[in-house]
Design a protein around this ligand. Structure first.
Ligand SMILES: Cc1cc2nc3c(=O)[nH]c(=O)nc-3n(C[C@H](O)[C@H](O)[C@H](O)COP(=O)(O)OP(=O)(O)OC[C@H]3O[C@@H](n4cnc5c(N)ncnc54)[C@H](O)[C@@H]3O)c2cc1C
Length: 420
C-alpha cells in the first residue's frame, strides 16, 4: 500500500459521499473559495439519483441535473475527487483534523477511453449492482452509461486476474492494470460533511409480500431501472417472469416504512415515487391499469399538484389499505394482493400482473454518531456536519437545501481558506 501525505491546508473541507447532497456541499464550499476533498466509495459520482429514470415532479431525467454538477466539478480546480475511496480515520480537533482515506484499486487507469473492447473478450460475469441485480455485466465493466468519471473498473471479486488476462492485449491504450494496489493517504481538513445517503430497505425481510419468492414482485428502485433507457430492458417495463408488458400493476406503499418491526419512520418520498412510476406505466402501456394501496398518501407542500394530476387519471386507482399478503397464482405468474382498509377494516383482494413494493430509504450504515434510527447527528463539537438522506429521509430538493446549509456550517468551522 503506498502512502501519500498532503500538507496541511487550513480551511479545507472533506465531504464524504458523492451523491446529490455531497456534490452540492462540495461545490458550494469550493465555489466559496475552499479546497474540498470529495470521497466517494463507488467508482462513480452521483449516488442513487444516477439510478433514477426520472425526477418527480417535473419528470425530467436526473442525468441533466447531474451533468451540470459534473461540469461545475470539472471547471473547479479546488475540488479533488477520490472515487472508490473511504475514510478510515478522523483525528484531531475541529479546524485541524487529520483524515486517513483508503483508495481501492480500480484496475483501470486514466487512459481508459471507455471503448468497450475489453468487454468483448472478458469471459466472466457478475450481477450488475447498478441495475439492482436485474442484469449482468462482465467482470470488467463500465459502472453505467453516463458514469463520471467515464471509465471502466474491474470487479476482482470475480475476475481471476493475470491467470486470465485476456483484457490486457484487447486494450489498445494500455489502461488495464490488474496489479494495481490499494493506497492510503492523509488529508488535513478543518471540517467534515457526511453525505453518505441511503440504501433501499431489504424487501426480503418483508414477510408475506412475496419478494424473492414470486418473480413478478419487484421493488420501487428496480422499477426505476426497468423504466430507464440504460436499464436491463432498455427502458421497457416488462414482467420478470415472461418479459410481457404488464396490463395491471399494484403499488404497495409503506413496504417496511412506518412499521416498528422494520423502519419506524415515513421515508418521505415513496408516495411520490409510486405516483411517478404510475406515469411510467401509463405512458408505456396505454390501456394499463394501476392500483396503489396506501395507509395515507403523503405528498407535502407543492407536490400536491403532482398527486392531483396523477390521481385524476381514470386508469389509476388509489385505495386506503395496508397490504398483508401477496401470493403467486398458479400458472399465470399473476399475483393476488390482499389488503385491509385501515379505517373501515374492509378486506380488499385484487389480482394483478406485477407488484411493486414501495420500500423505504434506510440510512447507510455509519460509524459516525447517529440517532436510534441510524440517521447521522450533526456534531459541531467534533467538526462534523451531515447532509441529505444520511441525516433524514428527503427528496432531491430537500437534500440539496440541506447540503447548502451543511457547506455553510463547514465553512464556519474550517476557517478561512489560505491560497498560495
Ligand atoms: C424509488 C425512489 C425514487 C425516488 N425518486 C425521486 C424523485 O423522482 N425525485 C426526488 O426528488 N427524489 C427521489 N427520490 C429520493 C432521492 O433518491 C434522494 O433524495 C437522494 O438520493 C438523496 O441523495 P443523497 O446524496 O443524500 O444520498 P445518495 O443518493 O444515497 O448518495 C450517497 C452517496 O454516498 C456514498 N457513500 C455511502 N457511504 C459512503 C462511505 N462510507 N464513504 C464514501 N461514500 C459513501 C454512496 O455510494 C452514494 O454515492 C427517490 C427515492 C426512491 C427510493
Amino acid at each position: 500500500m503506498t502512502q501519500h501525505n498532503a500538507g496541511p491546508v487550513t480551511g479545507s473541507i472533506l465531504v464524504v459521499g458523492g451523491g446529490i447532497a455531497g456534490l452540492t456541499a462540495a461545490l458550494e464550499a469550493a465555489e466559496a473559495g475552499h479546497e474540498v476533498h470529495l470521497v466517494e466509495k463507488n467508482h462513480y459520482l452521483g449516488g442513487r439519483v444516477a439510478q433514477l429514470h426520472r425526477y418527480f415532479p417535473k419528470l425530467c431525467p436526473p442525468s441533466c441535473g447531474l451533468e451540470i454538477n459534473f461540469k461545475r466539478i470539472r471547471q473547479n480546480p479546488r475540488i479533488h475527487c477520490w472515487t472508490g475511496a473511504q475514510v478510515e480515520k478522523v483525528d484531531g480537533p475541529p479546524g485541524d483534523l487529520e483524515v486517513t482515506v483508503r483508495v481501492a484499486p480500480r484496475y483501470v487507469n486514466e487512459r481508459c477511453t471507455a471503448c468497450g473492447d475489453c468487454v468483448a473478450v472478458c469471459p466472466v460475469e457478475r450481477a450488475d449492482d447498478f441495475n439492482y441485480g436485474l442484469s449482468r455485466t462482465t467482470a470488467i465493466y463500465l459502472p453505467h452509461a453516463f458514469a463520471f468519471p467515464l471509465r471502466f473498473a474491474v470487479d476482482r471479486g470475480v475476475c481471476p486476474g493475470l491467470e486470465c488476462g485476456r483484457c490486457l492485449p484487447a486494450c489498445k491504450v494500455d489502461a488495464i492494470e490488474l496489479g494495481m494496489q490499494p493506497r492510503s493517504m492523509k488529508l488535513k481538513v478543518g471540517a467534515v460533511v457526511y453525505a453518505t445517503g441511503w440504501q433501499p430497505y431489504d424487501a426480503a425481510r418483508l414477510e408475506g409480500l412475496g419478494f424473492g419468492q414470486a418473480k413478478n414482485v419487484i421493488t420501487n428502485v428496480m422499477m426505476e431501472r426497468l423504466a430507464a433507457p440504460g436499464g436491463p430492458t432498455a427502458g421497457k417495463i416488462t414482467r420478470p417472469s415472461d418479459g410481457r408488458p404488464p396490463q395491471h400493476v399494484v403499488f404497495v406503499q409503506c413496504a417496511g416504512s412506518r412499521d416498528e418491526n422494520h423502519l419506524a419512520y415515513c421515508s418521505a418520498v415513496c408516495c411520490l415515487a409510486s405516483l411517478k412510476q404510475a406515469t411510467y406505466v401509463r405512458e408505456q402501456v396505454p390501456d394499463a391499469r394501476v392500483h396503489m394501496f396506501y395507509i395515507d398518501v403523503r405528498t407535502p407542500g407543492r407536490y400536491e399538484d403532482f398527486y392531483t394530476k396523477v390521481a385524476a387519471d381514470p386508469n389509476v386507482t388509489l385505495s386506503r389499505g395496508k397490504v398483508a399478503r401477496v401470493s403467486e397464482l398458479p400458472g399465470s405468474g399473476n399475483l393476488l394482493v390482499e389488503a385491509e382498509n385501515t379505517l373501515t377494516g374492509e378486506l380488499l383482494r385484487v389480482e394483478t400482473e406485477l407488484v411493486v413494493l414501495a420500500t423505504g430509504m434506510q440510512p447507510t450504515a455509519s460509524a459516525v454518531a447517529h440517532d436510534s434510527l441510524g440517521f447521522l447527528r450533526v456534531d459541531r463539537a467534533a467538526g462534523f456536519g451531515a447532509a441529505g438522506c444520511a441525516r433524514r429521509p428527503a427528496d432531491v430538493a430537500g437534500s440539496v437545501q440541506d447540503a447548502t446549509g451543511a457547506a455553510l456550517r463547514a465553512i464556519q468551522t474550517a476557517g478561512r481558506p489560505i491560497h498560495g
